[in-house]
Design a protein. Structure first.
Length: 484
């Protein structure tokens, strides 16, 4: 699996602030039947954008909630224009099984695919049996197919592993549980359907704001051999069964509802699949080959859910592109910073070393050097990195690059951090220890003279731990930025 990253400002949401002038009641209170459940709804229209809400008292509530959404992106009293845009970071990943590329986004502490899965398996379908709909909506999966089992294995009881269930998702991803869906909805907050739905494609102009880039499309479903609800509904499986009922938990987002509904559905129904990041346990199926959830790239005994997969970001200040990598809950640059500032240097004053190692920065320059949305890590953030890798002794080998260190004392680069030995510049302007050490500033200082840095050295022994040390602020060391 390969990961990519683009830092974007997207104009996929239109917001309106002068609602009193444009609001009109289109219809009164009515009931619509969905899967045997009665929904009482009002429809409120805002110019060309229509929101569908709950019944009488809920009209005022959703009115207030939509206003609060608007204020999330505008803290001033100025009118929000139709050209205003929501902003989010869009990553990309490649499914190594078939080469398909998917976008994904971070919402709260979770990374979610922002497209429906389109990996072909048994008991997965294109809406209306049209390949063009698979390209548009992704595939529809029975629950057994979604969890990576055969229909026979899940005809009655269905044995699943504890913890995350990889199911049909790519390596490093898994089918979300009910709890993970609930965590997403808690993060999203009020009127989640409005916030999560795409800005086009929904029936009766029931489009959303797509605040987080989750981009829900109305893919419909398949039940008893019949396709239905395209344009009206999106359904998403979870990995959570409803015991002894032949059903499983799923979410439903409808064109005329501000909220997201959920419930138990027959497991033979075919719904969409969204995968969430994090390694899952694969399920051995008698009808399919087991897919390993461990990384072939990693020599560490600890499974790495990100496989050392690298994305990229472009620094808009100078258009330089950097590899980045997600490790645990953090996203780090996988290269040393190379943005030219005052009091920053190339090793031996040679540009070729800047290309190889990035620049060396005095501490004050390092504090201001990272791109917008990134920062110089503090001591706790370095320690959190080590904690995820295993400990600081593991970090010495697992974070070092697989080449470039003196006497071939290289690391495993198990997490794609790719640390190179760029040396440093001392207070006298002398460049020292290229190929032997990697020194990285932290944002923590002791006083006006000294600041803390993280030291990695050229040893193959796991006992020679990286350590936090003090150095003169006017020495020049490497910089790794971590995402805000």
């Amino acid at each position: 699996m390969k990961l990519g990253f683009r830092y974007l400002e997207l104009g996929n949401g239109t917001r309106h602030s002068e609602r009193s002038a444009t609001k009109r009641i289109v219809r009164g209170c009515f009931c619509s039947m969905r899967s045997g459940v009665t929904f009482v709804s009002f429809v409120i229209a805002f110019s060309s954008l229509v929101f569908f809400c709950g019944c009488t008292d809920y009209v005022a509530q959703i009115d207030d909630r939509i206003e609060s959404i608007q204020h999330e992106k505008n803290s001033s009293s100025e009118k929000i224009s139709a050209s205003s845009s929501w902003e989010w970071n869009v990553y990309t990943m490649t499914d190594s099984r078939d080469g398909q590329i998917y976008e994904f986004v971070k919402i709260g502490e979770q990374f979610w695919m922002s497209e429906n899965l389109n990996y072909k398996t048994a008991k997965s379908y294109c809406y209306g049996d049209k390949e063009s709909n698979c390209s548009k909506y992704g595939r529809l999966y029975t629950w057994a197919a979604a969890v990576g089992k055969s229909e026979k294995e899940c005809a009655n009881e269905c044995s699943l592993p504890s913890g995350n269930v990889q199911g049909v998702c790519p390596d490093g991803w898994h089918l979300p549980s009910k709890a993970e869906w609930n965590a997403l909805l808690i993060t999203v907050g009020s009127v989640p359907a409005v916030r999560l739905k795409d800005t086009s494609g929904w029936a009766n102009d029931g489009n959303g704001l797509n605040v987080y880039g989750f981009s829900v499309k109305p893919a419909g479903s398949k039940s008893n051999g019949e396709y239905s609800n395209e344009g009206d509904d999106a359904y998403f499986w979870s990995a959570t069964m409803v015991n002894d009922t032949g059903k499983a938990f799923a979410l439903n987002i409808n064109y005329d509802q501000g909220d997201v509904s959920s419930g138990s559905f027959d497991r033979s129904t075919a719904f969409s699949v969204r995968c969430v990041m994090g390694a899952g346990t694969t399920v051995e199926s008698s009808s399919s080959k087991k897919i390993s959830s461990s990384s072939a790239k990693s020599s560490s005994s600890k499974a790495n859910p990100y496989h050392g997969g690298k994305g990229f970001l472009t620094d808009v200040r100078d258009s330089q592109t950097y590899d980045i990598v997600a490790i645990g809950s953090q996203t780090w640059m996988a290269e040393n910073l190379n943005f030219e500032t005052e009091d920053s240097y190339c090793y031996n004053d040679s540009a070729e070393y800047c290309e190889k190692y990035g620049r060396l920065y005095e501490w004050a320059a390092a504090m201001e050097a990272c791109p917008m949305g990134w920062h110089l890590p503090n001591k706790d953030e370095w320690l959190a990195l080590f904690a995820f890798v295993g400990d600081s002794s593991s970090a010495n080998l697992d974070l070092k690059s697989t080449n470039g260190w003196i006497d071939n004392l290289n690391g495993s680069d198990a997490y794609g951090f790719s640390m190179l030995p760029g040396g440093f510049r001392d207070v006298g302007g002398v460049y020292i220890n290229e190929k032997r050490v990697a020194f990285f500033w932290s944002s923590a200082d002791k006083d006006d003279t000294f600041a803390y840095y993280m030291s990695f050295v050229s040893t193959s022994s796991k006992q020679a731990d990286p350590s936090m040390k003090l150095d003169y602020k006017n020495e020049a060391l490497s910089v790794r930025c971590v995402r805000d």
